[in-house]
Ligand binder design. Sequence first.
Ligand code: ATP
Ligand code: MG
Length: 272
Amino acid sequence: MPVEQTTIIQRSVLKLGGSVITVKGDPALILRRRELERIAEEVASVHASLRPAVLVHGAGSFGHQIVARTRIHERVESESDRLAWAETQILQNELNAMVCRIFLNKGVPAVPYQASSSGRMLNGKLQSIELRPLRGLVKQGLMPVLYGVPAVEETGGCRILSGDTLTVAAARFLQASRIFYGTDVDGVFNKNPTKKPDCKKWAKISQKNWDQVKHGLTGSSNTDVTGGMAGKVYEALQLSREGISARIFDATMEGSVNRVLKGEPLGTEITW
Ligand SMILES: Nc1ncnc2c1ncn2[C@@H]1O[C@H](COP(=O)(O)OP(=O)(O)OP(=O)(O)O)[C@@H](O)[C@H]1O
Ligand SMILES: [Mg+2]
């Protein structure tokens, strides 16, 4: 299929959580290389028209822990704060380079897209970002790969521009039809499933059950400075009101990435 034609259909954004691609609970910086190779193969094996237009990944242990330790998202005043900001950014670039290399080795033309070189935050919310080059990359059959980063805050210092937020921003900009959040749990539950085994999964979240769903939403069992599951669902909910549905699924399960891209209803669907 010619590239122009495939890109018209190819309109999903896939986010791979830091909980999938790193050992998020471990302070050591460990990439889950085998997991990533398996996922890259699953992406490579779907028909070009079903491949995500854009990939986004989270930071996992490469980001949340250094931010929680140094608190750069709360204030940047001293030289050691500035060094921690730079260190946090560089760690994300290093993680991203490893992720992109793995996809490239599996035959997917993944290219890094550094969001904090144009993204600006205002009071912790994404104020603006230059995404126009994404269109050109996607049109030519490349798969841009965005990732969570510390971004300049207009009122001073930096805030974390998360992979979850970038997923929504990219999907909105490209008018994607679907977003997929791959994480380490099989969707959204009425209680945190990593703490409460007696939990029940929501197959769908919409305005009909939102009042019940929101009570069980908490952050993460791991260190997560961008809201964990609650942050993800709130982001997705905003977008679903604009007609772009989301699916949150367990990307650590073998075959799951391939299956959601093909349209299987895994995990939890968020449609307004
Ligand atoms: N009601 C809930 N249903 C499902 N998961 C929940 C719920 N409440 C809290 N969680 C937590 O959310 C976690 C997933 O979010 P988290 O932000 O840690 O992952 P991620 O987005 O994949 O990683 P990253 O932020 O590094 O990209 C789960 O591991 C679980 O601990
Ligand atoms: Mg998270």
